[in-house]
Structures are given as C-alpha cells and as structure tokens.
Write a protein that binds this ligand. Structure first.
Ligand code: PLP
Length: 370
C-alpha cells in the first residue's frame, strides 16, 4: 500500500493523552472498585432536569439536529445579556478552538500559550501548520501577561489565556486582564478559556464577557462539560464580537452539535439549584482536601477550580501507578512538564477521603516508612 505523504505539520503532533477510563483500569488491574479523579468532571453528574429532557430525545434522532442551535442560542444570549450573533456552539469547546485555528491560522503563523496549560491550544495551532510559543508561568503559577505581550510578533494571531488555568487552577486577576486587553496589538485575538469559571470565588476575577460587549478582539470559551456534567455529550461555546463569530461560522460543519447535547444543555441552564449544589460541593472540597493534604505534608497550588495541582516530591508516574493500584485514577504531571506533580479533581466527599488515604499510603511507601 502506498499512501500519499502525510502533511508535514502532523509530525509535530503527539496524540492527546486522556484520563484513564474506569473500565480500562478495572480490566488491567483486576479491581472492581475504581474512582476517577482525572478529567475534572462533576461528580454529581448532570442536572436531573437535563436527564429528564434527554429521555424525550430518542424518538427524534432520525432527524438532523438544528444546525444553528436556535433555542439554546436564544436562551443563552438572554441569560448572558448578549446578542445571538455573538455566540457559537461547538462539539465541546475543543471544537471552537479548532474553528478558530481553521479560520485564522496560515502556515507559519504563531500563537502564544501559558505553560503548563491545556494541550489543545498546541494541537489546534500545529494542525494548521502554525507555531506555538510557550510562556512559562511564574514560580507562583501566575500568568505574566506583560511578558506575553513582549513575545508578540507580526505573525502572532492568538494569545491563549486559560483562567482558571488547567492544570494549576490559578486565575488572571481583573486589573492584569483589563490592562492586557487594552494593550492587545492590532490583529491579535485573545482567547480566554473559562472552562472552570463557575467555580471561581475570588472577587478579583474579571467579567470577561464585558470585553466582548465592548467589541474587543476577544473570544471567551465556556463549556457544558465541567460544572454542567455533560462531558459525554460534547457541547461548549464561544462568545465573541459578531464579526469574529461570523468568521468561525464559515468553517463550522453544518450539524456540529448533536441533538441530545442541545436538549440537555438547554434544560441544564435552567437548573440553578443543581448549579449551586455543584459549586458548594467544590468550595467545600477545596477546603477539606487542602486540609487533608496538609496532614500528609503536602500543599497544593492555590486553586480557583475543581482540582488541585500538587507537588508530591516524588516521581509522579510512580505516584500515579501506586494510586492506580489502589483504585484511584489521577493525572500525572509529567505530561505538563512537571514530573513530580499530580493533578486531581474533587469528587464526592467519600471519594476525596479515599484519595487522601491512598495518597498517604503511597507517600509512606515512597518515603520508606511503611
Ligand atoms: C475541559 C476543558 C475544556 C472543555 O473541553 P470540552 O471540549 O468543552 O469538553 C476546555 N478548556 C479547558 C482548559 C479544559 O480543561
């Protein structure tokens, strides 16, 4: 078989490393009780109202979905006080990132992203033959936007800002973000990824949608995968000035968001009580897990999200493996370039307790006093 030569830019792309699925761990290690704290999902799952709405979906799946997400767009625009032409939905916010790259990146164009951060920024840049410049976070894990602006060249198209940042949970504060948006050079788009915005409690968190309302070259990304508990259905969205959204519309597949996702997201938006419960659970977990970590001699990076980035002091692959054997799936920091860190999201209280016990045992073993 003689295939054509694959595009040269694909040589730069490493396949995404997802969190290990529960069933795979059960199979490989012969365990029957496994918990996953590796992909920042909501342990409460979706709103019961979303599940109820989904039960009406099956009889209609022979039809194509509404390509424009009409009802959902209307509901969300009114909720966020935006115009409908300032919104675009994607098959996860991952897809919106890809639409951005397809709409604006020519080969050789550049993007700037924090490091460590979400690997999709790198992926969507490279797939278009673009070049990623990494802006290392400061030692306190804050994002130095002054330094980022100094990295801009004539080829820079996007600056990715992930706030709260995955995997650290750190945010960009309002004053820094305001100044950054004001100083954005002509022809550069700020991509503000707010996948975990709902969990932020800091009063210093910027109201990023305001930049869009003011017409700045900004796109804010949000998702139904995290707090709304709909990761498996794949739906997220971007908020940006209408001209930018129109450019993305040119590269969007006609039926990119499936019917079930639209129905569930619409119902989920209405369930404020479920949202409140999900936020409260995370707020409580942040305090409890931090306290539990302190008891075993660890301190997480201060987080505004539903996960902690933790320096274990040992080879994170080892820690990961030893936790896995105890039925706890986390994420090893080596994929983020932090080989002694793990990232763990909060689960239900009993899952958090189980994680802390397991981690305590693992550290004992590694410290040689088991
Ligand atoms: C999880 C996550 C997303 C959401 O991706 P979806 O495609 O909407 O599931 C986006 N950005 C970051 C930083 C994330 O951690």
């Amino acid at each position: 078989m003689k295939l054509p030569r694959r595009r040269a830019c694909l040589d730069q792309i490493k396949p995404y490393v997802p969190g290990k699925p529960i069933d795979e761990v059960k199979r490989e290690l012969g365990l029957d009780d496994v918990i996953k704290l590796a992909s920042n999902e909501n342990p409460l799952g979706p709103s019961p109202q979303a599940l109820e709405a989904l039960s009406g979906v099956l009889p209609k799946i022979k039809y194509y979905p509404d390509g424009d997400c009409y009802l959902l767009k209307k509901a969300l625009a009114s909720r966020l006080n935006l115009k409908e032409d300032q919104l675009i939905f994607g098959n996860g916010s991952d897809e919106v990132l890809k639409l951005l790259a397809e709409a604006y990146l020519e080969p050789g164009d550049e993007t700037i992203m924090p490091s460590p951060s979400f690997s999709e920024y790198e992926f969507v840049t490279r797939i278009m033959g673009g070049k990623v410049k990494l802006a290392p976070l400061k030692p306190d894990f804050s994002y130095d936007l002054e330094k980022v602006l100094a990295m801009v060249t004539g080829r820079t198209r996007f600056i990715f800002v992930c706030s709260p940042n995955n995997p650290t949970g750190s945010i960009v504060r309002r004053r820094e973000m305001d100044e950054f948006i004001r100083k954005l050079p002509e022809g550069v788009i700020a991509v503000i990824d707010e996948a975990y915005a709902e969990y932020v409690t800091s009063s210093d968190y910027p109201e990023s949608l305001e930049y869009v309302r003011q017409g700045a070259p900004v796109i804010v990304l949000r998702t139904f995968s995290k707090i709304y508990g709909l990761a498996g259905l794949r739906i997220g969205y971007g908020v940006a000035p209408a001209e930018l959204i129109a450019d993305l519309g040119r590269v969007r597949e006609p039926f990119n968001v499936n019917y079930a996702a639209q129905v569930a997201a619409l119902a989920a938006l209405d369930d404020e009580e479920h949202l409140r419960r999900s936020i409260d659970l995370v707020k409580e977990s942040r305090i409890r897990v931090a306290r539990g970590l302190e008891e075993i001699g660890l301190e997480p990076v201060p987080s505004q999200a539903n996960f902690f980035f933790i320096d274990t002091g040992f080879d994170a692959r080892r820690v990961f493996d030893l936790l896995l054997r105890r039925g706890v799936i986390v994420r090893s920091g080596d994929i983020f370039g932090f080989p002694t860190y793990i990232r763990v999201n909060f689960g239900l209280p009993e899952e958090n307790a189980r994680f802390l016990t397991a981690l305590g045992q693992v550290l004992d073993e590694l410290r040689g006093n088991s």
